[in-house]
Design a protein around this ligand. Structure first.
Ligand code: ZN
Length: 240
């Protein structure tokens, strides 16, 4: 099997503010920490950030990406619609997309879901207990029954379409619950939303979180099935 090519896209703004905890937690950016978790898995890993030309997502970069990972928070509105169109087109062609944490409000995720993707939140040093509810799924491989993280709270209702597969449900110390690992298909592309990853916590260094992201990359990689044929069609069988 050929090497899976991953591009990690990060807004990369919080980490560049010296007074923000993310600047100490993620000196190489959130994308750098995610890359450090994926490189030992044998993937070909590249990164792209908002302030690069075309946000680092040129047609060439996307054409050479099997799975795109997306982290954004404070600057969703700065992402150009031209790039959103381009990413959506590649998902429909078969590129995998993994949307992390506050990426729930990104233009690309809302576009692909068709709903508001709104939710409840609280930044108050909660503990998140992530339960694996679909242990036979590829994204759950190698995980314990549950794992815990100091995290921001996200609570239901999460305004997403019913997932095709729900892999994780999180419980928080405030009593809230959240569908924290949701799988979709859009065109030929697979889409996975994974909740943990607030910028003020070292979540992307956690071994279980890294396992989930690596598993999700393998799951979301293009399956290279037949290209769909649309439009007026001749019968395959001869007719009298
Ligand atoms: Zn957050």
């Amino acid at each position: 099997m050929s090497t899976i090519r991953v591009t990690i896209w990060n807004e990369f703004r919080h980490e560049q503010h010296a007074d923000h905890p993310a600047s100490t937690l993620y000196p190489n950016g959130i994308h750098g920490a995610i890359a450090d978790g994926l490189i030992p898995e044998g993937f070909a890993v590249g990164t792209a950030t908002l302030d690069e030309p075309e946000h680092g997502l040129s047609s060439e970069v996307l054409a050479n990406t099997d799975v795109l990972i997306w982290w954004g928070h404070m600057a969703h509105h700065e992402v150009s619609d031209v790039i959103v169109d381009r990413v959506q087109r590649r998902v429909h062609e078969g590129m995998g997309l993994i949307v992390l944490h506050s990426g729930h409000f990104s233009k690309i995720f809302r576009r692909l879901m068709g709903t508001t993707c709104d939710l409840k939140w609280r930044e108050a040093d909660d503990i998140e207990r992530v339960w694996v509810v679909e242990p036979g799924h590829a994204i759950a491989a190698g995980l314990p029954e549950y794992f815990e993280l100091p995290e921001e709270m996200y609570g239901e209702r999460f305004d997403i379409p019913a997932p095709e597969n729900l892999i994780f449900v999180s419980w928080f110390t405030g009593g809230e619950v959240f569908r924290s690992g949701a799988c979709y298909t859009r065109g030929l592309g697979k889409v996975f939303y994974f909740r943990p990853g607030h910028e003020s916590y070292p979540t992307y260094f956690d071994a279980n979180v890294r396992r989930v992201i690596a598993n999700a990359v393998r799951w979301a990689a293009p399956s290279h099935g037949p290209r769909p044929v649309f439009g007026n069609a001749r019968p395959l069988e001869p007719r009298a």
